[in-house]
Design a protein around this ligand. Structure first.
Ligand SMILES: Cc1cc2nc3c(=O)[nH]c(=O)nc-3n(C[C@H](O)[C@H](O)[C@H](O)COP(=O)(O)OP(=O)(O)OC[C@H]3O[C@@H](n4cnc5c(N)ncnc54)[C@H](O)[C@@H]3O)c2cc1C
Length: 302
C-alpha cells in the first residue's frame, strides 16, 4: 500500500499535521519512537500556549495525542532509521518495517545537548534546558546558567530581568555571541556574574537541585542557586536523514522554505527540527502549514 502521507514524530508538530491530514481525508500514518505528545511532556507548567492559561506539560501532550486519536490518526510505535527518496513512492524504513508514501512530514524535534553529569535526576526539579519555558519559576531567585557562547548568553539575557542574580558558568575563557549586541546586554546587566574557565563537576542537592560543584583555578567550589539552566544548545534528531538527499544546515537542522517544504518536492519538516524558535505554538503552526500544502500538492498529482 502507498500512503498519501507519513508523519515521522508525534510531538505537537507531527500530531497537528496528523489532525489536518485526517480531516483532509488522507490515507496517513504517524510513526513515533517513544511517547506521542513529544517533548512538551517534559515541561512542568506551560503558561504560554494560547487557550491554556496554565497546564501541565504532560497533560498538554496527552491532549494533543487524544485530539489526533479523535480523528483516528493511526500512530505506529517504531523508530524511523532511514528514508529513501530517490524514487517515488518514497520509502520510510523503521526498525521493524518499510512503508511507501507519496509525501513525508519530518517532525522529529531535537534533544538537548547534555552536560553528561548527574543532571537527569534533577530535570523538572531545579534543572531546566529551556529559559523561555521555565525562567518565570525563578522570579527574584538566584539561578545558574551552565553553557557556552550564544546559547548561554541568550539564557542569561532571558533570565536577567526575572531572576535576582544570574551566575553564568562556562568552561571557556570567553563567550562568543552570534550578534555583538548580545555581549553589550550581558555586560550592561548588573545582576549577571560570569565564571570563566570553570569545569562543572556535579549538580548538588537531594530531592531538588541546590547548586553546582565546579573546578576553577584548580580548586573545587560550590555555587549555590535555586535553579540551574543548561544552555549548551540543541541537537536535531536528523541522523536518520544522513545521505538521504534532504538538505540540512551545518548544525543538522532541516532547511525549509516558508511553507515548511524541504529541498525535495513532497517532503516537509515542521517544528523544532527546523531550528529557530523552539516552542509548541510554532510547531503547531508549522504542522498546519505543512499539511495544508501537502493536501494541495496531492491534489495537483491527480
Ligand atoms: C523541559 C521543557 C519545557 C518546555 N516548556 C515549553 C513551554 O513552556 N512552552 C512551549 O511553547 N514550549 C516548551 N518547550 C518546547 C516544546 O516542547 C517544543 O518546542 C515542542 O515539543 C516541539 O514540538 P515538535 O513536534 O517539533 O518536536 P518534539 O516535541 O520534540 O517531538 C518530536 C517527536 O519525534 C519523535 N522522534 C524523534 N526521532 C524519531 C524517529 N527517528 N522515529 C520516530 N519518532 C521520532 C520523538 O520521540 C518525539 O516524540 C519545552 C521543552 C522542554 C524540553
Amino acid at each position: 500500500m502507498t500512503y498519501d502521507t507519513i508523519i515521522i514524530g508525534a510531538g505537537p508538530g507531527g500530531l497537528t499535521a496528523g489532525i489536518y491530514a485526517m480531516r483532509g481525508k488522507l490515507n496517513a500514518i504517524c510513526i513515533e519512537k517513544e511517547n506521542a505528545g513529544g517533548r512538551i511532556a517534559e515541561a512542568g507548567i506551560v503558561e504560554n500556549y494560547p487557550g491554556f492559561e496554565e497546564i501541565r506539560g504532560f497533560e498538554l501532550a496527552e491532549k494533543f495525542k487524544n485530539h489526533a486519536e479523535k480523528f483516528k490518526l493511526p500512530i505506529i510505535y517504531d523508530e524511523v532509521i532511514k528514508i529513501e527518496i530517490k524514487e517515488k513512492p518514497f520509502k520510510v524504513i523503521t526498525k521493524n518495517s518499510t512503508y511507501e508514501t507519496k509525501t513525508i512530514v519530518i517532525a522529529t524535534g531535537t534533544r538537548p545537548k547534555k552536560l553528561g553529569l548527574n543532571e537527569d535526576k534533577f530535570i523538572g526539579k531545579g534543572v531546566s534546558y529551556c529559559t523561555m519555558c521555565d525562567a518565570f519559576f525563578y522570579l527574584n531567585k538566584e539561578v545558574i546558567v551552565i553553557g557556552r557562547d550564544t546559547p548561554a548568553i541568550m539564557s542569561a539575557i532571558n533570565l536577567k530581568d526575572i531572576a535576582k542574580k544570574v551566575t553564568v558558568i562556562t568552561d571557556k575563557s570567553e563567550l562568543k555571541a552570534a550578534e555583538p549586541i548580545m555581549l553589550d546586554k550581558l555586560k550592561e546587566a548588573k545582576n549577571i556574574e560570569i565564571i570563566y574557565n570553570a569545569k562543572p563537576l556535579e549538580i548538588i542537592g537531594d530531592e531538588k537541585a541546590e547548586g553546582v560543584k565546579i573546578l576553577v583555578n584548580e580548586k573545587e567550589e560550590i555555587i549555590k542557586a535555586d535553579g540551574i539552566f543548561i544552555s549548551l544548545g540543541h541537537i536535531p534528531n536528523t541522523e536518520f536523514l544522513k545521505d538521504s538527499g534532504i538538505k540540512l544546515d551545518k548544525k543538522g537542522f532541516i532547511i525549509t522554505d516558508k511553507n515548511c517544504k524541504t529541498n525535495i518536492e513532497g517532503i516537509y519538516a515542521v517544528g523544532d527540527v527546523r531550528g529557530g524558535v523552539m516552542q509548541v505554538a510554532k510547531a503547531v503552526g508549522d504542522g498546519c502549514v505543512a499539511m495544508a500544502n501537502i493536501i494541495k500538492y496531492l491534489q495537483s498529482l491527480k
